[in-house]
Design a protein around this ligand. Structure first.
Ligand SMILES: Cc1cc2nc3c(=O)[nH]c(=O)nc-3n(C[C@H](O)[C@H](O)[C@H](O)COP(=O)(O)OP(=O)(O)OC[C@H]3O[C@@H](n4cnc5c(N)ncnc54)[C@H](O)[C@@H]3O)c2cc1C
Length: 212
């Protein structure tokens, strides 16, 4: 039997497990032509062969676990499983991660939001047409290249739902980014941030003076 007939059903099953346990869609919302593997996984869904991955482990387009898409606790649970440990629950594992390890989905997210909000904070109050065009291009490319592909897919989908980048001036761009971040917060069940305060958080510092 060809290798593909064995592997793809297994991978599809992993995707289903990841989706049901994380609540994150593991199938891309707009499948690019260069990603035929995912389409084949979907077609062979019915042939799935049972295999367990710990909660929260998300596979990448190559069918391998995607570290940038997975929390560090889920990653450690998987590593524990692979090395013969009996623990399959992410909650049962307490990882101690060195600061020079590859980022998990949360660390990558925090760093990225810091960059994105800081870009809005330093955006001109009166940008040129070229600056506006280039900013839109950046966001478009960012949404394709963000290393957590499930995050990127959802971000592109959100933008297509009437949320195209608003870049006419700093205030508008800062608010748009805040709304984009809130869309992810909402998806993850986190508290919404008050977008009236985006500038205090990311540009001026809080009025109580704690940021100097
Ligand atoms: C484009 C994108 C898509 C993502 N999609 C996913 C996903 O699908 N699944 C997933 O697990 N993770 C995703 N992430 C990561 C996720 O958003 C968080 O970064 C991660 O969960 C860590 O969260 P946190 O609670 O530490 O704070 P973060 O959400 O990273 O926020 C960092 C800080 O920003 C401030 N802040 C919070 N909300 C706002 C806001 N609306 N406006 C301005 N400032 C704000 C707060 O001070 C907060 O402490 C995504 C990240 C990005 C950049």
């Amino acid at each position: 039997m060809p290798t593909t007939e064995i592997e793809y059903p297994v991978l599809q099953h992993f995707l289903c497990i990841a989706e049901s346990r994380t609540g994150m869609p593991v199938q891309p919302t707009d499948v690019a032509p260069e990603q035929p593997l995912r389409a084949q996984q979907k077609q062979q869904e019915d042939d799935a062969t049972p295999k367990q991955l710990p909660k929260g482990v998300v596979l990448g387009p190559d069918g391998k676990p995607c570290r940038s898409c997975t929390s560090v606790s889920a990653w450690f649970a998987m590593a524990n499983q692979q090395t013969g440990g009996k623990t399959k629950s992410a909650a049962a594992v307490t990882p101690k991660v060195s600061s020079d390890c590859p980022p998990d989905v949360e660390q990558l997210g925090r760093s990225t939001w810091t960059l994105l909000h800081s870009m809005t904070a330093n955006y001109p109050e009166q940008p040129t047409v070229t600056q506006q065009t280039e900013t839109k291009q950046f966001i478009g490319l960012f949404s394709k290249m963000y290393p957590c592909w499930v995050c990127a897919d959802d971000f592109r989908t959100w933008m297509k739902q009437g949320n195209e980048p608003r870049v006419s001036n700093r205030e508008e761009f800062g608010r748009w980014m805040c709304e984009a971040h809130n869309a992810v917060n909402e998806k993850l069940g986190k508290k919404s941030f008050d977008c009236n305060k985006w500038e205090e958080r990311w540009r001026t510092g809080w009025k109580d003076g704690r940021c100097g």
